[in-house]
Design a protein around this ligand. Sequence first.
Ligand code: SF4
Length: 290
Amino acid sequence: MRYHEPLFRPPSEADSFILQATLGCSWNACTYCGMYRNKCYQVRPTEEVLSDIAEAAAQMAPDVRHVFVADGDPLAMSLDQWEPILAALQAAFPRLRRVSTYATARNLLEKLPAELKRLREMGLSLLYIGPESGDDLTLQRIAKGANAADHVEAARKAKEAGMEQSLMFLLGAGGRERSEEHARASGRLATAMDPRFLSTLTLTVVPGTPIFHLANQGRFELPDVYGLLTELRWFMEEAHPSAAIFRSNHASNYLPIGGRLPRDREAILATIDQALAGEVRLRPEWRRGL
Ligand code: SF4
């Protein structure tokens, strides 16, 4: 398999066949993101991608149920680029249940409803989207490329096409200054986008990123651990998806929790309150990661 490092995938795709159809991210501007800084965005030649699918099929066709299409925002590919890939995946893996990929609100807004529907019909069923914040000022500052209303519209288009969403929000993205506005607006955006899967991660200030330079100049300050847990509390107070699986077990988080919403809402809030009161052991700094 011809993987071009670095290669990222969501934790929940650990057992999936990772197909690298694009390299890097077509946006590559978010101020906190260091994932693809050294990669120039490109769509890999179709024949190379089809050859990777054929190679994977020869090695593990009966075992592949999930495929994750990398890198940063493959939904940026045109329908013409997606169609042969999705057709080849369906032909190669008889037990295929799910094809997923990272997507941005911009990717969704740029696609026609008919194009999204066609992608869904051909098997693309789950989009990982990281609005990171629901606060427009924070979204502007982190250069996400879309505001809260754009994300709501993007979610509407995804749903209309029959695609499920897994949303990620980033505790700390508003810094100390926008902490409460960021956390509460993020919860409200989660409600409005109404995903099937919902998660919170914690911002890590990565050397070499614009936010790292802002932090060095004293123009961005991450809340402390108590402040980040408080953000999680505010987020949960506002997040009312109709039926979602919530996880905050990403390695970047201090408090790994999860459950089904709305069923487990009170239990989740109680655990956060215990953590705020110092009654729960938090993940130690040395065990945290990106
Ligand atoms: S859209 Fe995602 S991959 Fe691209 S720069 Fe932003 S966070 Fe990084």
